[in-house]
Write a protein that binds this ligand. Sequence first.
Ligand SMILES: [Zn+2]
Length: 224
Amino acid sequence: MKTTQLTPNLIQLTRLRFVNAFIVREEDGLTLVDTTTGGAADALLAAAEQAGAPIRRIALTHGHGDHVGSLDALKERLDGGVEVLMPELDARIHAGETVVEGKLPGSWPKVQTTPDLRLAAGDRVGSLEVVPCPGDSPGHVGFLDIRDGSLIAGDVFTTYGGPAVTDHFHLLFPFAAMATWDKAQDRESARRLRALNPTLLAVGHGPAKRDAGAAIDEAIAHAG
Ligand SMILES: [Zn+2]
């Protein structure tokens, strides 16, 4: 697992050179945002130990398998002593409810863990504000750190080979677009995130971008 310190409070954890999770430092410990694919629990726990604090919460941007893959293993390893937060609609999908018509693209693996809290617009997870940005999945959310304006945007964007909205096929990283549920909502979400004027753009797949506004503008210019 590759570790990149993005800000004093934000560490990017990259697994298999393709998927990111994030450690967010809070006064009471750490929030882990996303868990990457299955089999990553040990590496994620080692990264937290290196960061020098316990994981207090696991917050998920969305329910796809490459983000919730190590959730059950982490919950078990942490003896359940961790709060799990998942976006409302994606939590309902994982609970077996039909929340949208038609077939959902993307991987929705069986998850044993029931979230302690279902995230809604404006909720706060420590210093992170929950920003709904549906499209890649029905409930997809981003997390804006109100301390410094850095944004964890999940799979609204990828940055491999340049910033892109996940509404269309991208040669260097087609998987996120293939998993996207509603392309129009995805584009609308990209614009909503731009309006937040984030200071740093962190995404589920690809390196973080420090000039977040320009990166998002570039992605939106090529969207659709
Ligand atoms: Zn993903």
